[in-house]
Write a protein that binds this ligand. Sequence first.
Ligand SMILES: *Cc1c(COP(=O)(O)O)cnc(C)c1O
Length: 402
Amino acid sequence: MPALNPHLASMPSGYLFREISARINDYEKKHPGRRVISLGIGDVTRPLPAVITEALAKAALEMSTPEGFRGYGPEQGYDFLLRAICKNLYEPRGVTLGTDEVFISDGAKTDTAALQELLSAEARIAVTDPVYPVYVDTNAMAGRAGKFRDGVWSDIEYLPCLKENGFVPPLPSHDVDAVYLCFPNNPTGVALPLKDLQHYVDWARENGALIFFDAAYSAFVSSADVPRSIYECEGARECAIECGSFSKLAGFTGLRCGYTVVPRTLYGGTLQKMWRRRLAAKSNGVSYPVQRAAEAVFTPEGSRAWRDNIDYYMNNARIIRNTLRGVGLTSYGGVDAPYVWVETPKGMSGWEFFSFLLERAQVAGTPGEGFGPSGSGYFRLTAFNTEENTQEALRRIREALG
Ligand SMILES: *Cc1c(COP(=O)(O)O)cnc(C)c1O
């Protein structure tokens, strides 16, 4: 046997979504003719706006001409896209970024997974709980998480986000080097008002800690007091790295494009230099046609189209929230994010509520336990199905619970 990475070899299996689809398949096999509607989808479903796929096709055809052919592009991304991101996603929020501070990638999963490479092997991290599993898993694979027992890692600090604290993560109580924050949040669907995020930024600066900020859902923000970027907070350029994505913004989950902002003001440019060095060693960048497609997101036609899609999803979120309230269920989120976090009734666990909804309403969602110990007693519904299916699913839930 070669000497293998023991941390990777001993990873607990990520069984959640496999287990869910197995239970749905099992139910459908036993009850032929009953159609299960899934409100567990964590992926966009609306087709890409034509202006985006036209830009993609045009750039692809350009590559077949002597003048238009492109080989390796800049690792950091083409200047046209870097400029478009600074101008369209940051300037309107009062955030001035240089193109040297933005790094294009194939998505926020890749980048949030890579952030831990900036840290030493002994560094301590904190995560919100419940949490998007990527942050935890990648630190565990790097040997930074300790032992896995009863669903938690011994060396990671979990910051419980519960109804009792309004799903606002408490400040870490241990000496941590970095904390991962994702707001608007997956899975709770809750967003952080500016003052709460500012509190975190102040803490990070006072304690010499980094904030890794996942802004994948920033385009869903509608509340006036909720920032779309952590750089709307004072001093965030001194302590925060932000990952963004075209996935949920403009339907790029299948095309793949995201970016990370590493300010040059972060520790005298050290982190920016490290991120650039790391990227140059590991990546040859994102394909030219995909970067042209991403640029088209910011054309007037592109913007209108993705805003319409987001409105479509958020209308589904409204249907979900209103119906749940009507049957006496308490839910959170769904205002600035496409996720609704439901408190399970009668003290059921997330898995018990999953079975209840599957059996009684033929509706599937995601048990909160799948996102961490503090997800217990909660259930995630998503706004990513069609309006027709969402209406029908909620009609069934109303019937089952009414
Ligand atoms: C969907 C999602 C992303 C986006 O990942 P991509 O790799 O850009 O598709 C990032 N973070 C969270 C929390 C997500 O839910």
